[in-house]
Design a protein around this ligand. Structure first.
Ligand code: AYL
Length: 520
């Protein structure tokens, strides 16, 4: 194998055949083989659905959407926590070609409105606790899961007679956009990531060979479905192979551990702060985790020392996956024998290049540069934003991730740094540009830059560097409060505020974030 300049890296796993199908057609065809076994369970109430019910219920949801006047290409939003019904909404939308955009249930009304406006969307599927927030920003076409307060109950969709299901809808899997989660990518504000049916179905089959799920497996969904990690590898990854998916609305240590034990979970998907919890929290020793056979982590860097401590203490292996929302989302996942410090080999059916950070030349094994990926899981583009799309995906189809790393001799990817400005608070995305825009609205602020400060528990926290206008004053507390009052919890300025005379910038006016990060 060629290892010098110009190397294109591939998976050691053979390519698989990728069907050109909608998400629902693909999954429905698989559900037929799982029959009357449990597909989805809500941990809190025990409410559950069998595989044999999913296609029928999803088509009822599709009919309900059509009855509401929604047509192929129209967009609906999910603003809620995890529950089994989310899967029915996802499949129902897919069955009639309606696009689903997902928002963080922690969003403030203003943040929700922002995304709804970008997507030109009026209909929100939500939960009772969030209907007031939807109304606060003028949305009243609400369908409520798990209750009837504040909107039309989702049970109306599940009991729809199915007669309005459009007989003439034709989904074009390679063109039609199925899901639009939001991500800030390498720069700027959060943008709608257009993922086609083909993107999603391809990625399900790409990662399938690297962590095997069987009908005997049970997987706990505490990672949020609004993020593609929860929606893809966790939810659809479980459903495509007939496992049991147990949903939890939020991370609560005791409920989470109880769910693992009670449902005999065999697979758990986590993010690095959960690895810290599972390693160090005293409560964990009181629970029998012996049924767990596979732990997969991703979405943010996991330290080697913590990985070792976890594996020794819990007698469990942990595999890292790597990817991004714009990659549907998986690019690589480790395989046995697990190698600490790597995010594993590429998934099949895709290619990677490592580009020299100065010259842009493509590098060989063990040489560090920007990771670029090409394959069927690369997004269609950013919604309504061709400029941002062409900045990320080049003419040859390579997606430039903004992550820095290298491939080891054994073909395993190591992510060593991040070029892009993105901050990851407990694996949640925080876009510096969004906080900078807010801070620019403070009367005393002349200039500002927001960067990531390291934090043991959260990985990173947002920290602001601020230049105060001449003859004006503002205290750190006041500036923090100004931001924290307007944003959802994960975006709060936990890293504090530092005052500077000037924000370091390049001649072209780009903030030199690296300098700021090193300033502490
Ligand atoms: P987004 N190590 C270091 N950084 C990572 C890792 C990792 N294992 N995984 C993701 N990142 C960073 O869109 C990286 O900077 O999707 C990347 O560009 O919220 C960014 O996070 C993307 O953030 C899985 C589980 C992939 C999850 C994912 C991707 C979800 C993160 C495979 O098994």
């Amino acid at each position: 194998e060629k290892t010098g300049p110009g190397t294109i890296f591939r998976s050691p796993v053979p390519d698989v055949e990728l069907p050109v199908q909608s998400i629902s057609d693909f999954l429905f065809s698989r559900f037929n083989t799982f029959g009357n076994t449990i597909a989805l369970v809500d941990h809190g109430t025990g409410r559950s659905y069998l595989y044999s019910q999913l296609e029928d219920l999803s088509r009822r949801v599709g009919s309900f959407l059509a009855r509401k006047g929604l047509r192929k290409g129209d967009v609906v939003c999910y603003y809620g926590t995890n529950n089994p019904e989310f899967a029915l909404l996802l499949l129902g939308c897919s069955s009639v070609g309606v696009t689903l955009t997902t928002t963080n249930p922690a969003y403030t009304p203003a943040e929700l409105k922002q995304q709804m406006t970008i997507m030109g969307c009026r209909t929100i599927f939500t939960i009772p606790a969030l209907t007031a927030k939807c109304r606060e920003v003028g949305f009243d076409d609400l369908i409520v899961m798990g209750g009837s307060e504040g909107g039309r109950p989702f049970s109306d969709a599940l009991s729809d007679d199915g007669r309005a299901f459009p007989s003439d809808v034709r989904v074009d899997p390679k063109e039609d956009v199925a899901i639009v989660p939001f991500s800030s990518g390498t720069t700027g504000l959060p943008k709608g990531v257009m993922l086609t049916h083909y993107n999603i179905v391809s990625n399900l089959l790409q990662f399938r060979g690297m962590f095997v799920t069987t009908p005997e497996d049970c997987n706990i969904a505490v990672l949020p479905f609004f993020h593609l990690y929860g929606m893809g590898p966790v939810l659809m990854g479980t459903l495509q192979d007939g496992g049991k998916m147990v949903t939890l609305p939020a991370f609560d240590p005791e409920a989470y551990l109880n769910a693992i034990v009670q449902h005999k979970a065999s697979i758990i998907h986590v993010v690095p702060p959960m690895v810290l919890f599972l390693t160090r929290h005293p409560l964990v020793a009181k629970f029998d985790l012996s049924r767990v056979r596979q732990v997969v982590t991703g979405a943010a860097p996991l330290g080697d020392a913590l990985t070792k401590e976890f594996m020794e203490k819990r007698k469990l292996q942990i595999k890292q996956g790597y990817g991004m929302t714009e990659l549907s989302p998986v690019a690589s996942i480790d395989v046995e024998p697990v190698t600490i410090g790597t995010v594993g080999p590429l998934v099949p059916n895709c290619e990677a290049k490592i580009l020299d950070l100065d010259t842009g030349a493509s590098l060989g094994h063990n040489e560090v540069g920007e990771v670029c990926i090409r394959g069927p899981q690369v997004m269609k583009g950013y919604h309504d934003n061709p400029k941002a799309t062409s900045q990320m995906i080049d003419k040859e189809g390579w997606l430039h991730t903004g992550d820095v790393g290298f491939f080891s001799d054994k073909g395993r990817l190591v992510i060593s740094d991040r070029l892009k400005e993105l901050i990851k608070y407990k694996a949640f995305q925080v876009a510096p540009a969004e906080l900078e825009d807010l801070l620019h609205k403070h009367p005393a602020v002349l200039d500002v830059a927001v960067v990531a400060a390291a934090d043991e528990r959260a990985g990173e926290v947002p920290q602001a560097f601020v230049v105060i206008r001449p003859n004006m004053a503002a205290k750190e507390e006041e500036i923090r409060k100004f931001v924290d009052d307007q944003v959802s919890d994960h975006k709060k300025l936990r890293g504090g505020v530092k005052f500077l005379k000037e924000i370091p910038k390049s001649p072209s006016g780009k903030i030199l974030r690296r300098l700021l990060k090193d300033m502490k």
